[in-house]
Design a protein around this ligand. Structure first.
Ligand code: 2U9
Length: 337
């Protein structure tokens, strides 16, 4: 009998220790102390013992009952204090952590900021296909197929005169085919040119171009609009200057410099001691372009401009190698949160 008492007590303590919750513990209480429980059963056997054993074992059994009952109470309190969590449950005592947050690509950010400067002046954003035809990429833009200037517009051809657009201008042509002036649009997008890749060249880059057409649009409007743009994008102190240039689709044409936003025009390593950074090309739309989209002759005038977003992003963020934009290196991208 004494052996049994010891075995039952050891088993009860063992099982209670590993009871995972209050319900498991209640079941154990019934198993040991319930009406048909193991301890109760032993108590029932007392009557069959000899007269001298009865009092001693009876005392032992009662003491066992009290001890097991006490142990239940203790384990119950312990479970209430710290519920035992399943093995795969999160450790609630660990410190919290922030989920990593993504960020916009520096080029996306640059393009969005350029566009918002123009949206603020009432421009509308339009986008178009990257696969184009010779008509939209060249002919309609006054770039004759047999003209030497085509060399300056070296292009990836695909098949049957399809090509990867070498500027976003084809979309302005498409827009004019369906819309009547007046309008002000900006056209962002990827463009492709078969350049050898190095720190400042890529076979794919990003342009933002603009086109404004109406009945009395002048070069003064062009100057005012681009002046507003550089002040809004580069800061109120930014100035612009125009240098004569040539593009087949504009006449007259100009290149535009912005006063260096690093040195304020004094001359530094970013602007090559010149105090000016070249950021834009522009001009008054060539009459042949209006002719190609069948606008009535002489009715409209307009100005157009174009800029390379990759170059502007490099200037703005002090990036010295264009390839960094396209390598998806997180150490680079994470800097533009
Ligand atoms: C239409 C008529 C005229 C778009 C223009 C430029 C000047 C220009 C370059 C700047 C750097 C492209 O990214 S870059 O290589 N662009 O200088 N683009 S005027 O003129 C147009 C466009 C569409 C119908």
């Amino acid at each position: 009998m004494l052996e049994k008492i010891k075995a039952i007590e050891a088993a009860a303590n063992d099982e209670m220790g590993s009871a995972a919750d209050a319900k498991a513990l209640d079941d154990l209480k019934i198993k040991y102390l319930g009406r048909k429980g193991l301890v109760t059963e032993l108590l029932g056997q007392i009557s069959s013992l000899s007269a001298e054993e009865k009092p001693r074992l009876g005392k032992e059994l009662n003491a066992l009952k009290v001890r097991i009952d006490g142990a239940f109470g203790a384990r119950q309190a312990e479970l209430a204090r710290s519920p035992v969590l399943p093995k795969d449950h999160a450790d609630l005592t660990l410190p919290g952590f922030r989920p990593p947050s993504g960020s916009r690509h520096p080029l996306t950010k640059t393009i969005d900021e350029i566009l918002s400067a123009f949206l603020g002046m009432g421009f509308k954003v339009v986008e178009g296909p990257e696969i184009e035809t010779e008509f939209y990429n060249f002919e309609a833009l006054n770039i004759a197929l047999d003209h030497p200037s085509r060399d300056a517009f070296d292009t990836f051809y695909i098949k049957n005169k399809y090509l990867l657009r070498s500027h976003t201008s084809p979309m302005q042509v498409r827009f004019m085919e369906t819309e009547k002036p007046p309008f002000k649009i900006v056209v962002p997008g990827r463009v492709y040119r078969p350049d050898a890749v190095d720190a400042s060249h890529s076979f794919m880059f990003h342009q933002v171009e603009g086109l404004v057409v109406g009945e009395d649009v002048t070069f003064a409007d062009l100057k005012g609009t681009l002046g507003m743009f550089v002040k809004s994008y580069f800061g109120a102190a930014a100035k612009i200057r125009f240098r004569p240039h040539h593009f087949p689709f504009t006449e007259p044409s100009a290149e535009v410099d912005v006063s260096c936003f690093i040195c304020g025009g004094k001359g530094c390593s970013v602007c090559g001691r010149k105090g000016w950074l070249e950021i834009l090309g522009c001009g008054m739309v060539h009459p042949n372009v209006f002719k190609a989209v069948k606008y009535p002759s002489g009715k409209y005038t307009g100005f157009a401009f174009g800029m390379g977003a990759d170059r502007i992003a490099m200037l703005k963020y002090g990036i010295n190698d264009m390839r960094l934009f396209f390598e998806n290196d997180m150490r680079f991208l994470e800097q533009f949160k």
